[in-house]
Design a protein around this ligand. Structure first.
Ligand code: HSE
Length: 428
């Protein structure tokens, strides 16, 4: 049987895992696809770097173009990361009729539409299961298993770094800074953690999931994003007291043919299955009109979990090659995009206020909620010996985002409110 030759771009954590799985599971893999799978060439940053995997020296190159231009290679597996130059490699590989497997969420969130269009033109496959939630097979599930349904909502804990930080803060009562330092020491957080903690990584993943779930081209700028760097241990303590866990939640919703996508720290009811997704684990909760609620849970990163998704994509690509059905149009967005206006996005809110502790203050505050038609579910004044101000905790019923913005703007003008300490979305 003629082997299928694969070019690997990148030999970091995921690339190493890909070689381990392709070599370790070769017998099963070749039985499943009907050909041996050979890693023909590997592009690395540095030829002489020490590695914890042995690869024949003649397979390694520092020049990705050598892999892309190799006429023997049928499939390019891109696990090198990066965006601009990586896009050029991928587009050129497609131009040459090579199929692509990538784990690159930044690339797919930013240039997915262009890459998929080129793939369609060239009748090539592009698979990117590992780009969202590492080892969880969510992309294939959205494309294939949900093809018969209309998805109304996707809620995801799709960033392990922030979930690790929030879980530790919740379980140990530790501060954000303490846990971030620990996460960095353990290698869960990068030395510059901005992309993870400010929600950008999750936003890119939600753009990919929203595009697949709603069949429209969700771009990064369509996602409203806020991160976890200002979440305090006090916020988390309040959340727990009220029966919630704090999670960085991506929420993509559809109302008729309009959609909204956001990533923000959210208080999730402890009764909701997402509340018990802890540590570096990821989960994606999908609601379909017909199927109802489903949830997918697993490792969101790591060498072997992520490589499993990459190699499963490789298997799909090779099966398509053998069947002669590569590059069939099946996943490109086909609906026009309409974003829901803020007046029509509604959810419950948690608000923590520091206010003057004197008569009539609560009345003034509740009057403002009434003025903008925001109904309150609970109002509690919390004694705090360390705080001379009164702490007021308010949970609203569902209220439109637009009305809540007006309430908060009005609060700025009210002298009895010393500080709007925290505002969070509440789910479940
Ligand atoms: N940095 C990501 C996370 C993993 O913390 O989940 C890669 O997408």
């Amino acid at each position: 049987m003629k082997p299928i030759k694969v070019g690997l771009l990148g030999l970091g954590t995921v690339g190493t895992g890909v070689i381990r799985i392709v070599e370790g599971n070769q017998e099963d893999l070749s039985s499943q696809v009907g050909s041996p799978i050979v890693i023909e060439k590997v592009a690395v940053k540095n030829l002489v770097k020490a590695r914890n995997i042995t690869v024949d020296a003649d397979k390694l190159t520092e020049d990705p173009w050598e892999v892309i231009r190799n006429p023997e290679i049928d499939v390019i597996v891109e696990v090198m990361g990066g965006v601009e130059s990586t896009k050029e490699y991928i587009l050129e590989a497609l131009e040459r009729g090579k199929h692509i497997v990538t784990a690159n969420k930044d690339l797919m969130a930013l240039y997915g539409a262009e890459i998929l269009a080129k793939a369609e033109e060239k009748r090539c496959d592009v698979y990117y299961e590992a780009s969202v939630a590492g080892g969880i097979p969510i992309i294939r599930t959205l494309i294939e298993s949900f093809s018969s349904d209309r998805i109304t909502r996707i809620m995801g804990i799709v960033n392990g770094t922030t979930n690790f930080i929030l879980t530790k803060m919740s379980q140990e009562g530790a501060s954000y800074d303490e846990v971030l330092t620990e996460a960095q020491a353990l290698g869960y957080a990068e030395s510059d953690p901005t992309s993870d903690v400010e929600g950008l990584d999750a936003a890119r993943k939600m753009a990919i999931l929203g595009t697949l779930g709603f069949h429209t081209n969700v771009e990064l700028r369509d996602v409203s994003v806020s991160g976890i760097s200002s979440v305090t241990k006090e916020d988390i303590a309040y959340a727990k007291r009220l029966g919630y866990e704090m999670k960085l939640l991506g929420i993509a919703e559809r109302q008729d043919d309009q959609i909204s996508i956001s990533v923000e720290p959210t208080m999730v009811s402890q009764q909701h299955p997402l509340a018990s997704v802890n540590g570096v684990f990821n989960a994606v909760f999908v609601h379909g009109e017909a199927v109802g609620e489903t949830m997918f849970y697993g490792a969101g990163a790591g060498e072997l979990p992520t490589a499993t998704s990459v190699v499963a994509d490789l298997v799909s690509v090779i099966r398509n090659l053998k069947l002669g059905v590569s590059g069939l149009k099946s996943i490109s967005p086909y609906k026009e995009k309409h974003l829901i206006q803020d007046e029509h996005i509604s959810y419950k809110n948690f608000i923590l206020l520091h206010v003057d502790d004197k008569a009539g203050v609560l009345a003034q505050i509740t009057q403002i909620f009434a003025e903008y038609d925001v109904s309150l579910a609970s109002v509690v004044q919390q004694p705090n010996e360390q705080n001379p101000d009164a702490e007021i905790i308010i949970v609203t019923h569902n209220a439109s985002k637009a009305s809540m913005d007006k309430v908060l703007k009005h609060f700025d003008t009210l002298s009895v409110i010393r500080k709007v300490k925290s505002v969070y979305r509440v789910e479940g």
